[in-house]
Write a protein that binds this ligand. Structure first.
Ligand SMILES: Cc1cn([C@H]2C[C@H](O)[C@@H](COP(=O)(O)OP(=O)(O)O[C@H]3O[C@H](C)C(=O)[C@H](O)[C@H]3O)O2)c(=O)[nH]c1=O
Length: 186
């Protein structure tokens, strides 16, 4: 159910899905079980976004102290490629990323810890993403990283020209221009 990824602090969760003739039931969050697996809250805010077209990229975002956010992300309609980039200075995986396909069909969730930039690309139209965060939204703490930074070499399913992004998301700095917002603690 809980699979640490190539960057161990990032965890892929596949909740047990109880299927029957009516459909299915699954528990999408369980504080005690998730905390035991290293997904530590408290989660204080739930978010929900709808992206109408395939090829929408939202990200790469993160909030800096005093309101950093860890995120527990899932896709409840359609499918997305979800990406977490390690931006902890001193980390052995600094600048490296984890990508996972999250979809309504697979029910998977990705835990994105504090110290990671997060973004996703929609793989289908009308993709809905719902996620829990451990810090309240704080516009002054809301920062970003260039989705198409060659140093990250993220293998997005859509090219940078064809990708649909907000103007804000097209203007973030590259990794080599990012202040040391987070430091790695082994
Ligand atoms: C994130 C957020 C936004 N807003 C307002 C601010 C804007 O007026 C509007 C759209 O915000 P934004 O364009 O930042 O939304 P996304 O591009 O989906 O941003 C999110 O997408 C990536 C994938 C993330 O990981 C972050 O959670 C978050 O940055 O919602 C709020 O009121 N509360 C919030 O928590």
């Amino acid at each position: 159910m809980f699979e640490p990824q190539a960057i161990p602090d990032v965890i892929l969760v596949t909740p047990k899905r109880y299927e029957d003739a009516r459909g299915y039931f699954e528990e999408t969050f369980h504080a005690a079980r998730y905390e035991k697996a290293g997904i530590v809250g408290p989660f204080v805010q739930d978010n929900h976004s709808l992206s109408r077209r395939r090829g929408v990229i939202r990200g790469l975002h993160f909030q800096i102290p005093p309101q950093p956010q860890a995120k527990l992300v899932r896709c409840t309609r359609g499918a997305i490629l979800d990406v977490a980039v390690d931006i902890r200075v001193g980390s052995p995986t600094f600048g490296k990323y984890v990508a996972a396909e999250l979809s309504a069909a697979n029910g998977r969730q990705l835990f994105v810890p504090v110290g990671f930039a997060h973004g996703f690309c929609t793989l289908e139209p009308d993709a809905e993403v719902q996620y829990k965060v451990t810090g309240y939204y704080a516009p002054d703490c809301d920062k970003g990283l260039a989705f198409d930074d060659p140093a990250l070499a993220i293998d997005w399913p859509v090219g940078p020209e064809a990708a649909i992004l907000s103007d804000k998301d097209r203007g973030w700095p590259r990794l080599d221009a990012l202040p040391a917002y987070f430091r790695y603690e082994s």
